[in-house]
Unconditional design. Structure first.
Length: 368
């Protein structure tokens, strides 16, 4: 394990840029932490911390020199790996038919700076969805194959976080190239860093930075442990799949539907949701057409409309489908639950619905 200061962290970012990566990291913008291109440490949200609760998000500026003292914002890394709108192909009419051109554009090399453990788990889950099944999404794979990930272990748990319940955090265990832990102890401000791949090891060696001392390692580990013990939410996942399947008509579904706006916020901020729609767009001449894929949501009424009608006309049915898929049938499909405990769906729900509370309420009065 190595140790970095702010200068060597900036050098790490510059090294990635020199290798042709577009460096993406957290920025303070429009009152939230968002993920956009950064040019160095100077762009990171120094001193910013977030206040989160059910249906509430506030970003506060402090005198701290910490760069990663927030939890997570409304965006996830999904916006780069699975873009909200993507052209799949286009067709141009010629004299005999159509010339079809698939979207085979060259994809950028991204270096993600500041990936939280829950977000890293979400990326690994989406890998199973888009690459490890019977069909590989060529667009996703082309981007994913050129990603460099610098993970950040959490030393502070948010009020809506429950990654410890999902075994997805707060410490990144795998799937990263480099993982860092930010420590501020007295006058000391440093980052411990460990490699998780050959690429990460090579980069850390090139920086010529010192090894972390035993005390630095211990302090970093204790900070992450503290975060694990102070989660704002908990979710009991023991037997949760069977519980949800057996409680298809539980009163909680009706009570939740009475509050739910079916606005789709939860699915848009979720780092694992992957519902999409395909739209064909034709110009006025009829000579050119394009096929686009765009994000959709199982909360949208039109999403469940098929030739024979709509099979989920009620908000109750749509909420139940979302939560049951996330915490039950997802495991049957992909071998893992579809929730990583990031808490975004709780924070960004306009009416403050809480998936951990719904699950707890069903468990407390479940029907056997």
């Amino acid at each position: 394990m190595k140790t970095l200061d702010k200068k060597s962290l900036d050098k790490l970012i510059q090294s990635l840029k020199n290798e042709g990566y577009v460096t993406i990291g957290p920025l303070q913008k429009n009152g939230a932490i968002v993920y956009e291109e950064i040019n160095g440490v100077k762009d990171l949200p120094a001193g910013y911390t977030d206040e989160q609760a059910a249906g509430k998000y506030r970003l506060n500026k402090t005198d701290s020199n910490l760069l990663f003292s927030y939890n997570v914002g409304p965006q996830s890394w999904k916006k780069f790996l699975f873009p909200s709108r993507l052209k799949l192909w286009s067709a141009q009419k010629n004299g005999k038919g159509f010339d079809i051109k698939h979207n085979g554009e060259a994809h950028k090399k991204f270096a993600f700076i500041g990936v939280r453990s829950c977000e890293l788990s979400a990326i690994l889950i989406q890998d199973k969805v888009f690459m490890n099944g019977s069909y590989t999404d060529s667009h996703y794979k082309a981007i994913r194959d050129n990603i460099f990930i610098v993970a950040v272990n959490c030393t502070k748990a948010g009020a809506t976080c429950f990654c410890a319940s999902m075994n997805t955090g707060p410490k990144a265990l795998n799937g990263f190239d480099i993982a860092i832990t930010e420590v501020s102890a007295g006058k000391e401000h440093y980052f411990t860093a460990e490699d998780g791949s050959a690429k990460g090891k090579k980069l850390l060696m090139a920086l010529e930075i010192p090894a972390a001392s035993p005390d630095q390692k211990k302090t970093a580990e204790e900070a992450v442990k503290t975060a694990s013990e102070k989660m704002g939410r908990k979710l009991n996942t023991q037997g949760i799949r069977e519980m949800l399947y057996k409680n298809f008509d539980h009163p909680v579904w009706e009570e939740t539907a009475a509050r739910c706006l079916s606005c789709a916020n939860c699915t848009l901020v979720c780092p694992t949701c992957f519902c999409s729609n395909v739209e064909d767009v034709t110009d006025l001449t009829g000579n050119h057409t394009e096929r686009w894929r765009e994000w959709d949501s199982c909360f949208n009424l039109e999403y469940s409309k098929v030739a024979g009608g709509n099979f989920r006309t009620s908000v109750k049915a749509r909420y139940r489908q979302w939560m049951t898929h996330k915490l039950a049938s997802w495991e049957e499909q992909f071998g893992t639950l579809g929730c990583v405990g990031c808490g975004r769906c709780i924070t960004w729900c306009p009416v403050g619905l809480d998936i951990t509370k719904q699950a707890a309420d069903i468990r407390a009065a479940q029907r056997v």
